[in-house]
Ligand binder design. Structure first.
Ligand code: ADP
Ligand code: ZN
Length: 749
C-alpha cells in the first residue's frame, strides 16, 4: 500500500490493556485477558494464557483499550510469526460459513505447536572428553565410530546407536560421564527457490494465449477467479505454470492444490523441469520435521511455492499471490469429518482475503464452476484441443444387452479383442472399474445369508488379495469363513458381482503372458508403493492396468492407448442429484487417459444404457449439451449453484432417540415459519424449505444410526442464520446424540 502524503500522520495505536484470545480447541468464544505492563501485543500474536488450571497456547484475536482489572493475565508472548489478518479473517469466515466453533477452525490453521513453532531443534552428539574409564565392548564400538569419522563428527543419537549397534542407554551413559556431548544441529537448509526463467517448455499458440491471460491475473495484486477448462491432454499444467512464473516474478507465493498429492511424483518432476526445483510438499505423508521446516519457511515468505492437499489452505503464507486448484471438480476436495468444507470453495475465499488470483483447472469442471464462468462471475480460459495436434480418444459403447460377456465373466468379447490388439502392438490397456476388492457381495447359496457389517448398514466386500471380508464404511475386517455362519453349509459361499481384483483375475486368465498390475487404494504397500507403481505404468513397464478411480486423476501414461470401462452404469443409480455429473466427470477423465502420447487412443464403454444422457455426451463429445441439460435441471429444482443446500445429520447409538431428535429439530424449523410446514420466512422474504427428517441411505455407520434433514434456500437467503435459528430452537443433543451440519453437501449418503 502506498501512503497518502496529504493525510495527517497516523497516531500510534494505543497499547491494548485487554486482549481477546482464541484458543485452538472446539470453542467459539475468544476469552479476554489482561495484558501485563510492558508487554506489547497486537492481533495475530501467539500467546500463552492460563485456562482453568493449565496453561495453553492461543492467538490474540482482538485488542481493546481499557478495563480488565478482574481478568486473568496473559502469561507470555510466543516469538512466532503472527497469524496475519487475511488468515484471521478466513478463519472467522469459514467458522461462520460451516457453523463450526472458531477455535476448531483455528486449530486447522495452527495445527499443533509442533508445526506452528519455529522448527524443533535437533540434537546431535560429538566427542568431548577422554575415553570412558570403564570401557565395555558396546562403549568401545561407539568410540570406534568417532575414531573412524575424522574430524568433528556430529551424529544423531539414532544414527550413532545404529552405527555402533548399541542401545541408546549406552550413549546416555557416555554423555553423563562427559565423553560425549550434546550439540544443537543446524537446521536443514531450505531447498533452492523455484526460478521462473529456468523453464524449457515451449507452449503451442493456444496454450501461450491462455497462459498469458492467467499470468496477467497472477501478476495483479487483486482477487480474481479464472476457470482454466481444457480437454484431457491439452497441457493445463504447462499452461498454469506460467501463472506460477508470473507470481514468482512478482515476488509473491503460490499454493497449488492437488487432489491426490501423495501420488503425484510425476507432477513434482514436471514442476522441477519448468522451475529448476521441486515445490515444497504439504500433506500427511510428509514428516513432521519437514512440515515444521516448511511451516516457518512459508510464514517467513522464503518458501515460494507449495503443492499440497486441502489442509494446505490453512498455511500461514506471508504474501499469497496465486492459488491453483488442479482437477477442481474432484470429490476428494470435500472434507467431511470435523469441519465439513469444500476445499475448492474455500480456496476461492482464501484468495479473496489474500487479494490473490485463483485458477480452477479441469477438463470436466463442476457444474457450480461452469455456471460461475458462464455468468461472468469467474473468468474463463479454454484449451479445446490436445497438445501437439494429438486427437482425443475415439469412443464407442459396448451395449451389454446385446454384446454381453459369457456368464460369470465381465469383459465383453469386443473389449477382449481390443485389449489383445493393443498389447500385441506393444501398447498399454487400462481396464477401469470403480469398485475396490474382489466382489461387492458374498452370499450363501444354500440359505441366502448375506454378509453384512455389524456396525454399518452395508455389505462386507470380499478382498481376495488379503483373504478377508471388509466393510468400506468403517474399515472392519474379518476372515472369510469356510462355511456359512447361519446354516453351517460348507463350500456354499458365492461371490456376487465384480470388483477390480476379479477383473484382474479374468484378465490374467485371458492374457497369461501380459504384464499386469492392479491399481487400487487398498492394495498392500500403501502410498509409497502406489507412487512407484504409477511411475512403472508411466514408463511402460506394465501391459494391462486394472484400476479404480485412482487411475483417473490426472496421470499421464504416454504409451496407454486403450481405456476399457467395465461398468459405466455403476454410479448412476444411487439417487444422488449429482450422480450424472459425477459419472460424466469420472468416465471422461478415465477415457482421457488414453492416447496422450504419440499414438492415438480409443475407449470402449460397457453399459446397459447406451442412450443415457451421460453416455450420449461421452460418445458424441457434445459436452456443451450435457452441461446445458444438467444446468437447466438444477435451475428448475433450485439446486446449487442456483439455490443453496445444507444437511443436518442427526446420529447416535439409539435409533429411536435419533429419530425423535430429528423430528424435534424439524418441528423447531417449522415453528420458526409460524405453522407453514415449508416456508421458513414469513411475508415476502425468500422462501427457505425444510425436507425430512428421513433415514439416511446408509442408515448406520460405525454403530451410529443416522437421520437427515435438508434445508434448501434461495441464493439471496441467509442460510447460515436459518440453520442457527433451527439449532437454537431445537432440543439440545445429549448423550450419544450428535448433530452435524454439512453446508453444500456433495453427496446424500
Ligand atoms: P492436462 O493436464 O491438460 O490433461 P498435461 O498438462 O498433463 O495435460 O499435458 C499432457 C501431456 O502433454 C504431458 O505429457 C505434457 O508434458 C505434454 N505437454 C503439454 N504441453 C506441452 C508443451 N507445451 N511442450 C511439451 N510438452 C507438453
Ligand atoms: Zn462397517
Amino acid at each position: 500500500m502506498t501512503a497518502d502524503p496529504a493525510a495527517p500522520p497516523a497516531a500510534p495505536a494505543p497499547q491494548p490493556t485487554v486482549v481477546d484470545v482464541l484458543i485452538p480447541v472446539a470453542v467459539d468464544t475468544a476469552y479476554s485477558y489482561r495484558v501485563p505492563k510492558g508487554l506489547a501485543l497486537a492481533p495475530g500474536d501467539f500467546v500463552v494464557v492460563p485456562l482453568g488450571t493449565r496453561e495453553t497456547l492461543g492467538v490474540v484475536w482482538d485488542a481493546r483499550g481499557a478495563g480488565g482489572d478482574n481478568l486473568k493475565q496473559v502469561l507470555s508472548r510466543v516469538d512466532w510469526p503472527p497469524v496475519r489478518a487475511p488468515l484471521r479473517g478466513f478463519v472467522d469466515w469459514l467458522a461462520a460459513w460451516t457453523l463450526s466453533p472458531r477455535g476448531m477452525v483455528l486449530r486447522m490453521a495452527v495445527r499443533a505447536p509442533e508445526f506452528a513453532g519455529a522448527e524443533p531443534v535437533r540434537f546431535g552428539l560429538r566427542r568431548a572428553g577422554p575415553p570412558p574409564a570403564r570401557l565395555t565392548p558396546a562403549r568401545g564400538r561407539v568410540m570406534g565410530v568417532f575414531d573412524a569419522a575424522e574430524g568433528e563428527a556430529v551424529l544423531t543419537k539414532r544414527a550413532l546407536a545404529e552405527a555402533a549397534g548399541c542401545s541408546p542407554g549406552v550413549i546416555d551413559g557416555l554423555v553423563d560421564e562427559g565423553t560425549l556431548e550434546t550439540v544443537a544441529l543446524p537446521p536443514d537448509p531450505l531447498p533452492p527457490a523455484p526460478d521462473p526463467e529456468a523453464g524449457t517448455v515451449a507452449l503451442d499458440p493456444a496454450q501461450a494465449e491462455a497462459a498469458a491471460r492467467l499470468a496477467e491475473r497472477a501478476a495483479e495484486r487483486r482477487f480474481t477467479v479464472t476457470l482454466l477448462e481444457g480437454v484431457t491432454g491439452s497441457g493445463k499444467t504447462e499452461t498454469y505454470f506460467e501463472a506460477v512464473a508470473a507470481a514468482l516474478r512478482a515476488g509473491r507465493q503460490t499454493l497449488i492444490l492437488l487432489p491426490e498429492i501423495a501420488l503425484t511424483a510425476q507432477f513434482l518432476d514436471r514442476f522441477a523441469a519448468r522451475f529448476g526445483t521441486r515445490p515444497s510438499e504439504w500433506h500427511s505423508g510428509v514428516s513432521v520435521r519437514r512440515r515444521a521446516r516448511a511451516w516457518s519457511g512459508i510464514a517467513s515468505g522464503d518458501i515460494k511455492v507449495v503443492a499440497g492437499a486441502r489442509s494446505s489452505l490453512f498455511l500461514p503464507f506471508a504474501d499469497l499471490g496465486l492459488i491453483v486448484v488442479d482437477e477442481e471438480h474432484e470429490a476428494a476436495y470435500k472434507q467431511d469429518d470435523g469441519v465439513s468444507y469444500h476445499a475448492r470453495d474455500m480456496a476461492v475465499m482464501r484468495g479473496r482475503f489474500e487479494e490473490a488470483a485463483v485458477v480452477l483447472a479441469s477438463a470436466t469442471p463442476s457444474l457450480e464452476t461452469r455456471v460461475n464462468a458462464e455468468t461472468g462471475r469467474y473468468g474463463h480460459v479454454r484449451l479445446d484441443a490436445r497438445y501437439a495436434g494429438r486427437s482425443l480418444p475415439a469412443l464407442a459403447a459396448i451395449d451389454l444387452r446385446r454384446d454381453a460377456p459369457p456368464r460369470g465373466r465381465w469383459i465383453a468379447p469386443k473389449l477382449v479383442e481390443a485389449v489383445a490388439e493393443t498389447v500385441a502392438a506393444g501398447r498399454q490397456a487400462l481396464l477401469f472399474l470403480n469398485r475396490r476388492g474382489y466382489a461387492p457381495l458374498t452370499l450363501c447359496r444354500s440359505c441366502g445369508h448375506r454378509f453384512t457389517c455389524g456396525q454399518c448398514s452395508a455389505w462386507m466386500v470380499e478382498h481376495r488379495f488379503r483373504g478377508a471380508l471388509m466393510c468400506h464404511h468403517c474399515g472392519h475386517v474379518e476372515r472369510k469363513p469356510g462355511h456359512c455362519p447361519r446354516c453351517g453349509e460348507v463350500d456354499a459361499l458365492v461371490a456376487c458381482g465384480p470388483g477390480v481384483e476379479r477383473i484382474a483375475e479374468e484378465a490374467a486368465a485371458l492374457f497369461p503372458d501380459a504384464r499386469q498390475l492392479v491399481l487400487s487404494s487398498d492394495m498392500p504397500g500403501g502410498t509409497e508403493r502406489l507412487r512407484q507403481e504409477l511411475d512403472a505404468v508411466a514408463r511402460g513397464e506394465v501391459d494391462i492396468v486394472v484400476g479404480t478411480q485412482l487411475v483417473a486423476k490426472g496421470h499421464n501414461f504416454p504409451n496407454l492407448t486403450l481405456a476399457g470401462i467395465i461398468d459405466a452404469d455403476v454410479g448412476l443409480a444411487n439417487g444422488d442429484p449429482r450422480a450424472a455429473e459425477r459419472t460424466f466427470q469420472l468416465l471422461q477423465q478415465v477415457t482421457g487417459r488414453a492416447g496422450r502420447g504419440e499414438a492415438p487412443g480409443r475407449a470402449l464403454i460397457q453399459t446397459f444404457q447406451p442412450d443415457h444422457p451421460v453416455m450420449r455426451a461421452l460418445l458424441t463429445g457434445d459436452v456443451e449439451r450435457f452441461y446445458r441439460t444438467e444446468i437447466e435441471a438444477r435451475q428448475q429444482a433450485g439446486l446449487p449453484p442456483f439455490g443453496r443446500l445444507a444437511a443436518l445429520i442427526v446420529s447416535g447409538t439409539d435409533r429411536t432417540a435419533v429419530e425423535t431428535h430429528a423430528r424435534a429439530l424439524a418441528r423447531a424449523a417449522y415453528g420458526i415459519t409460524g405453522g407453514d410446514p415449508l416456508a421458513l420466512a414469513p411475508g415476502d422474504a425468500p422462501r427457505i424449505e425444510v425436507f425430512g427428517p428421513a433415514e439416511a441411505p446408509i442408515a448406520m455407520i460405525r454403530g451410529r444410526y443416522r437421520f437427515r434433514l435438508l434445508v434448501k434456500a434461495p441464493r439471496s437467503a441467509d442460510l447460515q442464520g436459518c440453520l442457527r435459528a433451527i439449532l437454537a430452537a431445537g432440543p439440545k443433543a445429549t448423550g450419544s446424540l450428535r448433530v452435524a451440519v454439512d453446508v453444500e453437501p456433495q453427496s446424500f449418503l
